[in-house]
Design a protein around this ligand. Structure first.
Ligand code: CP
Length: 315
């Protein structure tokens, strides 16, 4: 494997999930694999889990880690071809990617959707440009349209907690005061289509994700109906894909409450975090015994470590 751009880069999901669960038992077993190798982490957006878990994963493999917050600290990058750069951009990604490739052996990048222009976001300008010009493997730490490290984490977490071979998993939209990208939901939907699960998406009308991602996955516009008999409830907000970037404001009826969780089959509650308490979800749900969000966040390290291990073995 050269790059980890999307979950399509996983050649055998079942094998990867089992390998990650095994790795969790002895996280330092490969502590010499990354000796004298350096990973660079470039952040165009904020992070807690992705930044620290990816660093931790690299350290577990014996790698050196360089981190750079691009926004506010790096030069403003130009991505266009043939641009006369007499405005706000100071350096072309063509040079930046090649230069960074000389300092690092692996490069991981976070660059969210701007939610201004759907075509721009879904073309994955930042990640694709770095993959085009860099000469080292690239890892997606959440791009405009996908969060494959989170999705691999979610697959590991579901495997660890499922009580039946084919659990019912519900992806539920929930309210949020700001317009958020579709990246986490997109990768989760793609992942669930590769898992043995009875999977359903519930959201308000108008908040359909891209049809090339949801394919034949059933959508239930009635949240309470969707929750019935669920084994896992995975909650996330996303802004509209059709009316691109539009948030929904009058939507508190979609908040995740104790009463809604009672409709499920004692479901585990999942969220990628960060989450706004009592807007997205009531305290009583996130603080309940069925909430596995902290365990889920812990698995971020092992998802990242597995990806880095596979990349290091290929270098
Ligand atoms: N879930 C996730 O990616 O968390 P951060 O944004 O804190 O990295």
């Amino acid at each position: 494997m050269k790059n980890y751009f999307s979950i399509q880069d996983i050649d055998s999901l079942e094998q990867w999930v089992d390998e990650a669960i095994e790795m969790k038992k002895t996280p330092l077993a490969d502590k010499n694999l990354g000796t004298d190798k350096t990973i660079g982490l470039l952040f165009f957006n904020p992070s807690l889990r992705t930044r620290l878990s990816t660093q931790k994963a690299a350290l577990n493999l014996g790698m050196n880690v360089i981190v750079m917050n691009f926004t506010g600290e790096g030069w403003s990058l130009e991505y266009g071809n043939g641009t006369i750069m007499d405005q706000n951009t100071s350096e072309h990604v063509k040079e930046a990617a090649q230069v960074v490739s000389q300092y690092c052996d692996v490069l991981a990048i976070r660059a969210f959707a701007k939610l201004e222009n759907r075509e721009d976001d879904y073309q994955e300008k930042v990640l694709n440009s770095f993959m085009k010009y860099a000469t080292i493997p690239i890892v997606n730490m959440e791009s405009a349209t996908g969060h494959p490290l989170q999705a691999l984490t979610d697959a590991i977490t579901i495997k660890e907690h499922k009580k039946t071979n084919k659990p019912k998993v519900v992806l539920s939209w929930a309210p949020h005061p700001k317009a958020l990208p579709q990246a986490v939901a997109n990768s989760f939907v793609e992942m669930m289509q590769q898992m043995d699960a009875d999977f359903v998406i519930t959201h308000p009308v108008g908040f359909e994700l891209a049809s090339h991602i949801t394919n034949e996955v059933p959508i239930d516009y009635n949240q309470e109906n969707a929750f019935k008999d669920a084994d896992f409830v995975y909650v996330k907000n996303w802004s509209s894909y059709t009316d691109y970037g539009k948030p929904l404001t009058d939507d508190s009826s979609w908040k995740i409450t104790e009463n809604k969780m009672k409709l499920t089959k004692d479901a585990k509650f999942m969220h990628c975090l960060p989450v706004r308490r009592n807007v997205v979800i009531d305290d009583a749900v996130i603080d309940s015994e069925n909430s596995i969000v902290i365990k889920q966040a812990n698995n971020r390290t092992y998802a990242a470590q597995l990806v880095l291990k596979k990349i290091l073995k290929n270098i």
